[in-house]
Design a protein around this ligand. Structure first.
Ligand code: CMP
Length: 141
């Protein structure tokens, strides 16, 4: 089915001026960009977004990184969007990501890995509404 997912182009990739290259890659892969916003996340926004990781040892580092400089957040739509975008991103660790994936192409470490994507359809709905309150959550919403 046609689904929506949330993508974040992280500070490392935005700093390197790779935003356009990543968005072009996503359009080539068949995703429609339904919404797009560049923003410098506050500490509270980053902590809230990554609340499920609060107990992890890397939480502080993750929040530091995500608030270091602006991010570009997008709502993407495609058939099977959640899984398709996860494939396009590649493994969390760029060193383990397949050739041609966004994290292999643009990431540099497990922390600075260029992009975030929702890990399930349920979380996609939560994540889209976190950054885009309104009617973007799903094709039928
Ligand atoms: P993301 O998909 O944005 O969701 C949680 C993030 O935590 C993940 O991508 C990684 O970039 C980050 N992460 C995972 N493991 C580590 C780690 N060991 N050190 C720093 N960041 C990590």
């Amino acid at each position: 089915p046609v689904e929506r997912t949330l993508s974040i182009i992280k500070p490392d990739a935005v700093e390197k001026n790779r935003t356009g290259a990543i968005l072009a890659h996503l359009e080539e892969a068949g995703f429609k960009i339904l919404a797009l916003r560049r923003t410098h996340l506050t500490r509270a926004e980053a902590e809230g977004f990554y609340a499920v990781h609060k107990a992890r040892p890397f939480f502080g580092e993750l929040v530091e990184f995500m608030t270091r400089s602006p991010v570009v957040i997008a709502v993407l739509e495609r058939e099977d969007a959640v899984n398709a975008y996860r494939k396009v991103m590649g493994a969390t660790d760029p060193a383990k990501a397949d050739a041609g994936t966004l994290r292999k192409l643009f990431g540099s470490s497990v922390g600075e890995n260029a992009v975030h994507g929702s890990d399930s359809l349920e979380n996609a709905k939560i994540e889209i509404s976190y950054y885009f309150p309104g009617s973007l959550v799903s094709p039928t919403a």
